[in-house]
Design a protein around this ligand. Sequence first.
Ligand SMILES: Nc1ncnc2c1ncn2[C@@H]1O[C@H](COP(=O)(O)OP(=O)(O)O)[C@@H](O)[C@H]1O
Ligand SMILES: [Mg+2]
Length: 430
Amino acid sequence: MTVTQSRTAEIRRLAAEDRDAAARALAELLRDLFGLEAERIEINRDRYSLNSLNGFFRTGDEAFFFKFHQEEGEEAMSGEYYRADILAKAGLPVDNPVHMSALPGEQILIYRRRTDPRFSDVLRRLDLAPDEAAEARALAAERKLNEALLEVCRKTLHPVDAAEVAAEPIHRLFYERLIDPKSGALPGGRFADFYVGRSFRFPGVELDWEAFSRAAVVINGVRYRRTIGELFAAAAERLRPDRLADAGGVTAHGDAHNANVWYVEGGGAPSLAFFDPAFAGSHVPTLLAEIKATFHNIFAHPLWLYDPAEAATRYRADATFADGVLDIVTDWQPSRIRLGLLEVKAGTFWRPLLATLSERGLLSPDWREVIRLALFLCPTLVMNLRAGASSHNPVSSLIAFSVAVMVGSEPVAGEDVVTRFLDMVDPERG
Ligand SMILES: Nc1ncnc2c1ncn2[C@@H]1O[C@H](COP(=O)(O)OP(=O)(O)O)[C@@H](O)[C@H]1O
Ligand SMILES: [Mg+2]
């Protein structure tokens, strides 16, 4: 039996050893697949560790971006192609591939090369160097995008059945990170790998999973109702794909964090455009559609999630543990631009969306719980938050888990930025 040689796998292998050979193999692939004469091929270095590969090339005076997906097979490339089209047809601004191959072993997507910054890069600069005029422009762009998102949600909102919702790829970002991908066993996947049975090192205290997952959490004097263990268990129950049909389905990107969004400074007001729509769909459970954007654009900043070393130099976080209570004190708080983004997201998107759901009889009574549990899984399962496991240190890890609990759980009493957000978007409140 002959095994088909994957040309993309071969290019990926070569890229780690012999860049010129990799570029030649890629040029040949592009010629065979699309009749393109690729010049000045650049393969991005920092991506090798992940299974994906991307980079740039030119043909004449046109510049392109190419991308091989992480996973071979499973129609990853044609999936992204088809999903970009779903968003474009709904009227959302999104990059469409100009070439695509879904041939086995030769899956590749080609986009026009952009020189715009990602919105995440623009906002990071504003975290570090606040600038009122630039912030106002960024917020105006965010408002315009959210008006478009709301319109698309309203236009596409429809009743869905459990099977339709369960078939959406967005669950790979939430529920499917809690379970074993093959057997479906819980705990499994990232949840089991990252946390279950592990130890947690914070400034002032080290806890094993048993103690950590069962600890009552107090953050800056506010006590939270649920433990970390209870939050994972509740998420595994309530975010099961077949339970998410109750709020209807919409057309959405689903993974529209700002590192998948371009900031386009034209002549006039800047605007935003999506790319990387691998998890988009047309039956996305409504309450999940903008969760990734809400968490990763707002609560993940400044610095603690993506720049843990930097966060440790700027923020303090300390913990004590006694009688089953993990008491955390930290001076971390969202920056002005993030609070501005929160206000826009709440007022322009969430509040009117929830009002629409309510009018159409699709607002489940536990909508706060669904939003909270989905927000909770964003930081905890996007990367390993334990100090020493990946990029995190004891300070960033403690801030990370405190933000995760704050978004995930109601406080026993008192308020925080998340209770204020949920009150702001509650359609039953004046
Ligand atoms: N059309 C493009 N032009 C230039 N750079 C791009 C383009 N599309 C993506 N990139 C860059 O490549 C990175 C990874 O691309 P993305 O499509 O988000 O893939 P992934 O699946 O790895 O997240 C982006 O964060 C961006 O910096
Ligand atoms: Mg991306």
